[in-house]
Design a protein around this ligand. Structure first.
Ligand code: SAM
Ligand code: ASE
Length: 348
């Protein structure tokens, strides 16, 4: 037995780390929400805790502790200057944690902090009951999933920002996992803020992409996310369960099926199959579980999140393949990207 294993027997490092993992999340959330990373970015020089506290209108003592913890997490660098500590962003923080960073995750962090964290307070109940926790977490009693998720315009916009923000770091891999050049007319079903649609028009300049989503989502997307100058992106307002789907060469369903039960997923895929042009296809974008259930950890945790927040689950490639086959699709190909989201292409 190695020394490390022996040490683990008497000192449960991993368990201690997991037990207090939320302390790390909350430190990150608070630093983002208070604007620590934005303030340090704008200052363009290292700042002392006193300067940060003054700039953010926060207590000196609390700010000192928060900056010190962020340095411990390697989200800030600390230097000594005239006998006091001064802080600056790391490269990672200025890129991903400032609101204006090129690949900002600021909005993902906000949604995790303000919505997901609150839902996860009821994870135990969710597992016991096998259903989402909107009623307990937010007093929402609607049976309609997206009425609960979009319980106010503000909450809908926050969700759209969350959806948008992860594509800042994952969209290229997903869109180029397969050569989609042959598909000229693409519909992004539940296309939301349009981040994936935009990446499609960049990678496939000879295709047009239409974002199909609920009317109020389309309005918000037009207002906040997709500029009218984006001539190759159009919108279609509708309900993909109730309305007919327009004909297309390719339907993209990114993070759609994981919201729904097998029954509803099958309904949607059958509809896509009917409307799909001959030789066309469907591209699923999801966080795939390994076939033997051993991981990836992110997908396993996301599946718990789908329990707490939706009616769905994360699935294995074989589970998606079964749904696709039942709807009539063939030639099912799976591409793992090694990042959060993977891709499955199937043909009519
Ligand atoms: N595809 C986007 C992405 O991956 O960033 C957004 C995924 S989000 C989890 C689900 C999307 O489906 C939302 O934009 C939501 O508004 C849309 N949606 C939910 N129910 C719908 C329905 N009945 N008809 C059309 N769109 C719907
Ligand atoms: C959904 C995706 C998400 C519905 C609710 C959601 C995400 C968070 N809440 O389709 C994105 C993935 N992140 C997690 C933690 O699951």
């Amino acid at each position: 037995m190695s020394a490390a294993t022996k040490d683990d027997e008497t000192y449960p490092r991993k368990i201690l780390e997991y037990m207090e993992g939320f302390l790390i999340s909350k430190t990150l959330f608070a630093a983002c929400e208070l604007g620590v990373f934005d303030h340090l970015e704008q200052a363009e020089r290292p700042l002392s805790a006193a300067e940060v506290a003054q700039g953010l209108d926060t207590s000196l003592d609390g700010t000192q502790r928060l900056l010190s913890a962020c340095a411990g997490l390697e989200l800030l660098t600390v230097q000594q200057c005239n006998d006091q500590e001064v802080y600056s962003n790391t490269g990672l923080s200025s890129r991903f944690l400032t609101q204006t960073g090129a690949q900002s995750l600021y909005h993902s962090i906000q949604y995790n902090s303000k919505t997901i964290y609150l839902c996860w307070h009821y994870l135990t109940d969710a597992v016991r009951e096998g259903q989402n926790q909107y009623e307990k977490a937010f007093g929402v009693s609607s049976k309609d999933l997206f009425e609960a998720l979009y319980r106010s315009d503000e909450e809908m916009l926050k969700f759209m920002h969350l959806m948008n923000s992860i594509w800042n770091v994952c969209s290229k891999d997903v869109v180029s996992a397969f050569d989609l050049t042959p598909f000229k007319i693409i519909y992004d079903l539940g296309g939301c803020s349009g981040a994936l649609a935009k990446q499609c028009t960049v990678t496939y300049p000879s295709s047009t992409v239409t974002i199909f989503d609920l009317p109020k989502v389309v309005h918000m997307s037009r207002e906040h996310f997709v500029s009218a100058q984006d001539k190759r992106i159009s919108f279609h307002e509708g309900d993909f369960f109730k309305d007919d789907l327009p004909e297309a060469d390719l339907y993209i369903l990114a993070r759609i099926l994981h919201d729904w039960t097998d029954e509803r997923s099958s309904q949607l895929l059958a509809k896509a199959y009917r409307s799909c042009s001959p030789g066309g296809g469907v591209l699923l974008v999801e966080a795939l579980l390994h076939e033997d259930g051993s991981g990836p950890l992110t997908a396993q945790l996301y599946s718990l999140n789908m329990l707490v927040q939706t009616e769905g689950r994360e699935r294995k490639a074989s589970e998606y393949a079964r749904l696709l086959t039942a709807a009539g699709f063939t030639n099912i190909q799976v591409q793992r990207t090694g990042k959060i989201y993977d891709a499955i292409l199937a043909r009519k």
